[in-house]
Design a protein around this ligand. Sequence first.
Ligand SMILES: [Zn+2]
Ligand SMILES: [Zn+2]
Length: 352
Amino acid sequence: MYKARAYACTSPTAALAGTTIPRRDVADRDVRIEILFCGICHSDLHQARDEWHDAVPTTYPCVPGHEIVGRVTKVGPGVTKFKVGDVVGVGCLVGADHTCPNCKGGLEQFCPNATFTYNSPDRHGTAPVTYGGYSESVVVEEDMVLRIPTNLDLAGAAPLLCAGITTYSPLRRQGVGPGKKVGVVGLGGLGHMGVKLAHAMGAHVAVFTTSPGKTEDAKRLGADEVIVSKDADAMKKHSGSFDMILDCVSADHDINAYLNLVRVGGNLTLVGAPEKPLPVSAFALFFGNKTLSGSMIGGIAQTQEMLDFCGKHGITSDVEVIPIQRVNEAYERMLKGDVKYRFSIDMASLKS
Ligand SMILES: [Zn+2]
Ligand SMILES: [Zn+2]
């Protein structure tokens, strides 16, 4: 074991602060990564503050961060996919059994023995739970490590590991491509990735927003049109016309209004996580054989496919790069939606 510098919180109300954490030594098939950038995901804040207590209670100290980009500094003797110096990524998962039906189907995120990147029981026994990317380094088994295309800006590539795959996976599942009309609800960390990816896949992309002020930015990101959701006439014009709507809103909202815009046989996928259950009208679904689904990140192979797609199309997240010392302030700003569109922590700041 060795000690790594990190930022952690020690209670639901404590600010994140500098500390050191244990990391395991590199075993046969492990890769040690010097972390260069780590994106800030809304889940980081939820878990740092133990807001998902009923589903995933937080064990303290908690080191969040699952949008990790870094450089390989050491590999175990059995490692075949990576070498020292490679630029790699780690997303929400650091372990799975690789033998269950979900793993075999490329859905490691649903493996009953999955280990998540932070706040997940540490099967290696280095600490009670895993510690995430707000740290100078991490050790991960090579099967959970991803290659980052070398043409991408690394600060902007970090959020692809969660926000990128969260939006890419349902777009692919619904066969989004040329000739398809896709709506994106909510232009935040997830939504702005949904717009970029659906646009690159060749779809006609519409962004729904409550604030007309976001029109120009939505178009810059790749939207073909912007629909102000409070404008009843504008909404009515699009009735029954969308192949798919990607709903990225984590606040309370009327999903029936969006289901009405889905075409016969079309789909609405939820990737945002509103606190309270959303009322769904059965009529909005059965008039048109529509489906309502959810989606949670993606498996390892699809995450690599997404990264390669982003490399090919030059897609990264729009980020505001911050030093780790400003992470608490970044959390407050994220709560207010005051970021375009993701914070990315420059981990070199941990050394200062
Ligand atoms: Zn996340
Ligand atoms: Zn499994």
